[in-house]
Design a protein around this ligand. Structure first.
Ligand SMILES: C[S@@+](CC[C@H](N)C(=O)[O-])C[C@H]1O[C@@H](n2cnc3c(N)ncnc32)[C@H](O)[C@@H]1O
Ligand code: SF4
Ligand code: SF4
Length: 381
């Protein structure tokens, strides 16, 4: 099967280079818009900053969420080449989410979704395979058995998610369809380090197309809402908290080497967020010694934009650029606030970018741990 992720990344690279080279007045439309349809969730994973947002801010209660009509009106503004992603919170907590997916298909548009998979029952498999135009379904699995349940803080979550994923994969096969591709998503933490290869083999057994491993983010500004109103607060100049729970870097290296060996032979394809072509960059990050110099300049704010459940628009760091209830999405995209944000990023990454999944590591990062059983530190959970 064609590597749609690789194709999208190449298009994104070229599009981003072109968009960034143009005068702000000529800004190209976004290549990808992510709608976070809700911050409500049936789980409460300790590393997920959205829990704070939904508990603390009335803006993210159900009543304030954008309706399907509001989301679709924003989608209708966008050119056909713009890819839509639906994320959360947990998208399937919204009872009207299946209607949104059907409406996207009826418009002849395509989308991606990310879900924790606990509610991806047979009816949702039919929805995704037959009644929607979902290209990729990202489903989080953070460990095997109890490890996943502990991280996801729901007994039985592992069994349910795996059973649902097997069901989706089998149904897709029975229907002879290529889409949605299944992307198993795992955040690397001290709790699942020993199981990374097992997670890979599970993903293979399920019939997943990708395994995406994400580095644990600690920046409050990365997808942590409510949005701040102005960059004048200077929070973007602060580096995120260091990772603060011990990780055996030798074990991490051994696991990563094994994952590369496994992925060289067959599916699923392996991806890393940030995009690390080589292992040392990841070890350096988990040793708390990563620096912004390890990464290329970022073009994401010229290609991507996010819409929070209350309509707030933010580029990536949680600064409010506008709200789609007050202004059209494309107006916000071409507005002064985003121009200023992009201007900050024109020649440098920002300290708060550290850990962001959009980062792309430069080739040739070297890292030598100070001693053989080096310990790094992950966020205390
Ligand atoms: C915010 S969740 C929303 C979708 C869905 N509820 C889920 O868990 O897959 C999207 C992805 O972000 C990941 N994530 C959450 N907090 C993170 C963090 N601090 N660092 C890295 N990834 C994180 C989740 O594991 C999940 O794969
Ligand atoms: S399931 Fe997803 S949205 Fe819900 S708490 Fe966990 S990471 Fe956050
Ligand atoms: S690396 Fe920085 S600028 Fe790029 S998407 Fe992430 S937070 Fe935004």
């Amino acid at each position: 099967m064609a590597d749609i992720s690789g194709i999208f990344n190449r298009v994104k690279g070229g599009y981003g280079r072109l968009a960034k080279s143009l005068h702000p007045a000529l800004t190209l439309p976004p290549l990808r818009v992510t709608f976070e349809v809700t911050y409500r969730c049936n789980l409460s994973c300790p590393f997920c900053f959205q829990e704070f947002a939904r508990e603390q801010s009335p803006d993210f209660k159900k009543n304030f969420e954008l309706s399907n009509e509001e989301i679709l009106a924003a989608v209708d503004e966008l050119p056909r080449h713009t890819l839509i992603t639906f994320n959360g919170g947990e998208v399937f907590v919204r009872k009207d989410f299946p209607d949104l997916l059907r409406a996207i298909k009826a418009r002849g548009r395509r989308c991606n979704i990310v879900t924790n998979g606990t509610m991806l029952f047979a009816d949702k498999a039919e929805l995704l395979v037959d009644q929607s135009s979902v290209l990729s379904a990202g489903v989080s699995i953070d460990g095997i058995g109890e490890t996943h349940d502990l991280i996801r803080r729901l007994p039985g979550a592992f069994e349910r998610t795996v059973e649902n994923l097997r069901g989706l994969s089998a149904y897709r096969r029975r229907r002879g369809r290529r889409f949605p591709v299944v992307d198993v998503k795992t955040v690397i933490t001290s709790q699942n380090l020993e199981q990374l290869s097992e997670i890979y083999l599970l993903a293979r057994d399920i019939g997943a197309d990708y395994l995406t491993l994400s580095c644990l983010r600690t920046s409050e500004l990365l997808f942590a809402l409510p949005c701040r109103s102005s960059m004048a607060d200077g929070a973007w100049r602060e580096a995120p908290l260091p990772l603060s729970e011990p990780v055996d870097l030798d074990l991490l290296r051994a696991q990563l080497e094994n994952l590369h060996r496994l992925a060289a032979a067959a599916k699923p394809a392996l991806r890393f967020y940030p995009d690390y072509g080589e292992i040392p960059g990841i070890i350096k990050y988990y040793a708390n010694e990563g620096t912004l110099e390890d990464y290329e300049l970022c073009r994401a704010p010229w290609t991507n934009i996010r819409v929070a459940p209350n309509g707030d628009v933010y580029p990536c760091l949680a600064y409010r650029m506008g709200n789609i209830r007050e202004q059209r999405l494309l107006q916000i995209w071409k507005g002064r606030a985003l121009d200023q944000f992009r201007a900050e990023l024109d020649r440098q990454l920002l300290p708060a970018c550290m850990g962001c999944c959009f980062l792309k590591a430069k080739p040739g990062i070297t890292y030598q741990a100070a001693h053989t059983c080096a310990q790094a530190f992950l966020v205390a959970q």
